[in-house]
Design a protein around this ligand. Structure first.
Ligand code: RM4
Ligand code: MN
Ligand code: MN
Length: 424
């Protein structure tokens, strides 16, 4: 299923007069409007292949219907998202959930939709059918060298798939840890992980990166071997320049100051990028911006300030990706909402009066500093986002258009009501 440009244009046409009024009003208050539009136009967020089916919990899964049944159909769904928002021009694959059996035809399908392949993700947190050794007690940190070797080989295989698709990064998330005190020698587990990652690192092509994700708990509930940014950073530093730390917003204990972590990783050149989502309790994988949009804005404040300080290109210097999965929403609508939320936070951060903020900070004018941040945060930037989409041939209202075009009905017709997508 593909959305035709004229369908989007027709819907835009109906909303154009209203949009123009809103945009003119919004643009009036933005001193650097040209630059903001330019930066927003260049900004894209990768879609994870595992988020296109309806998610589930360990208690159950309730399919919404019309889910993609193959990698090809997942790519088509990302094509739908990108046609609507013009900000999701890549897809990130999880191996072996999504093995590209025929890389050249997969690549052709993607590029026909204006898409390319973002980081490839390995999976040593589940046992796969026919797998020789079990990951029940971990993978790269395992006490048994043979299990570590199997996990290393899997990661190297994932790199090979990625090379065929012209991905440029391997993203590693390990569930390795322990459930009870005494189960593991914590130092040994870390050492084993480092040595295993070193072998994978050796297999990276020259222009590739390794992104190391951390997470404090789940599925292990006593220790996780890469449990926080310090542990990930330590590994990345020991591994070398190609390795850096990936921040998944849901992988922090409640109350953690994520923006501070982001700012320091960025300063050290060790911020790989993001898995965006939102959470209230833990790794909830909720829609970005649905719980705490202010935190997202504060993260973007650090990002914009830090990237500008280092002269980094916002769109391409780090990896922007969503990692969410949804039980009760249409996955495409949910992803559209997430991308909009990220762009809103980014746009608001671009509006911050940096000179004034620096002056307030230098003068310890705390109230003024807060005023400056919240002035940007409380600006309705949605007309700016809509304008950028319009200029790029996307939809003024992506979700509204998705509904008006009855995309899900069509997908259900094509694919059936009860489909089982691979993944979580
Ligand atoms: C993990 C983590 C990883 C993702 C898996 C599916 O919690 O966030 O990024 O690969 O879930
Ligand atoms: Mn993640
Ligand atoms: Mn997660």
């Amino acid at each position: 299923m593909q959305i035709e440009k004229h369908q989007i244009d027709e819907l835009n046409q109906q909303q154009l007069a209203k949009h123009k009024r809103r945009f003119e009003f919004a643009a009036e208050g933005v001193a650097n409007i040209g630059e903001v539009i330019k930066k927003l136009s260049a900004f894209n967020i990768a879609i994870p292949s595992w988020a296109l089916g309806t998610g589930g919990t360990r208690f159950g899964r309730f399919s919404g219907g019309g889910e993609p049944r193959s990698l090809e159909e997942k790519i088509e769904d990302v094509g739908v998202i990108h046609a609507l928002n013009k900000s999701s021009n890549s897809i990130s694959l999880h191996i072996p959930w999504d093995i590209p059996k025929n890389a050249s035809s997969i690549k052709a399908l993607a590029s026909g939709l204006g898409l390319h392949f973002d980081a490839v993700n390995s999976n040593t947190f589940q046992d796969q059918p026919g797998q020789k050794l079990s990951y029940k007690f971990g993978s790269l940190h395992h006490v048994d060298k043979a299990v570590r070797k199997q996990a290393i080989e899997h990661n190297i295989e994932v790199i090979k798939y990625g090379v065929q698709l012209e991905s440029k990064a391997l993203s590693v998330w390990l569930s390795d840890g322990s459930n009870f005190p005494g189960q593991l020698n914590l130092r040994q587990a870390f050492q084993n992980t480092l040595e295993s990652l070193q072998e994978v690192y050796e297999a990276l092509p020259a222009d590739w990166k390794m992104w190391i994700e951390y997470k404090p708990y789940e599925p292990n509930f006593y220790s996780t071997t890469i449990g926080d940014w310090g542990q990930s950073y330590l590994l990345a530093s020991k591994l070398g320049n190609k390795a850096s730390t990936l921040v998944d917003l849901g992988h922090h204990l409640q109350g953690t100051n994520i923006e501070q972590i982001v700012s320091l990783l960025l300063m050290e050149g060790k911020l790989a990028g993001f898995h965006f989502n939102d959470s209230k309790y833990g790794d909830d994988d909720l829609t970005v911006g649905s719980i705490n949009p202010y935190q997202l804005f504060l993260i973007f404040n650090e990002l914009v300030e830090g990237m500008d300080a280092k002269g980094m290109d916002h769109a391409t210097s780090i990896g922007w990706m969503i990692d969410a999965s949804h039980n009760v929403k249409d996955p495409i609508e949910d992803l559209l909402q997430s991308v909009q939320a990220i762009k809103i936070a980014y746009a608001q951060a671009l509006l911050i009066d940096k000179k004034a903020l620096t002056a307030a900070q230098q003068n310890n004018d705390v109230a003024q500093a807060q005023e400056i941040l919240q002035q940007a945060y409380r600006t309705d930037v949605r007309p700016l986002i809509a304008e950028v989409a319009l200029q790029q041939g996307g939809a003024l209202d992506p979700i509204g258009s998705f509904r008006k075009l009855k995309v899900r009905d069509q997908l259900i017709k094509d694919r059936g009501l009860k489909t089982v997508a691979t993944g979580l």
